[in-house]
Design a protein around this ligand. Structure first.
Ligand SMILES: [Zn+2]
Length: 134
């Protein structure tokens, strides 16, 4: 079962996610976290969709390879979260809506990797990821 809890994010990402949500709200954008951590098995099912199973492709990451699958000392510690902007309590799916750009700008100001950026390896507007600083 996938999680929406900030406590299932990597310790480095938790305060950034909280700041992200607050700054978006200050900018007039209400955000909904749709996913923080997800188990590798569930990632495998997502990966199969649009490939060996019917539907549209939802992810580029195989089981265990997604930043959403990350663990730390045996506990969930996702290095990415997915969000949707809300307008009047309803999710905005239209990627042309200006709220997406507001969220993207704020995420990048927090030094997160935003996959909605035109130079992202693959476009995935809801996805914000902790940068790998190794
Ligand atoms: Zn994601």
């Amino acid at each position: 079962m996938a999680s929406r809890a900030i406590s299932d994010l990597h310790p480095q990402l938790q305060p950034l996610a909280e700041t992200f949500i607050r700054r978006c709200r200050d900018a007039g954008v209400e955000v909904l976290i749709t996913c923080t951590w997800r188990p590798a098995a569930e990632q495998g099912l997502l990966y199969a969709q649009g490939r060996s199973a019917p539907g549209i492709k939802l992810t580029h990451a195989r089981a265990g390879q997604s930043a959403h699958n990350a663990m730390l000392y045996g506990s969930p510690a996702a290095k990415a979260f997915d969000v949707l902007p809300l307008v009047a309590g309803k999710p905005v799916w239209d990627l042309g809506h200006p709220h997406w750009q507001v969220m993207g700008r704020i995420g990048m100001e927090l030094d997160l990797d935003w996959h909605g950026h035109p130079r992202a390896s693959h476009r995935e507007f809801p996805h914000f990821e902790l940068k790998d600083k190794t």
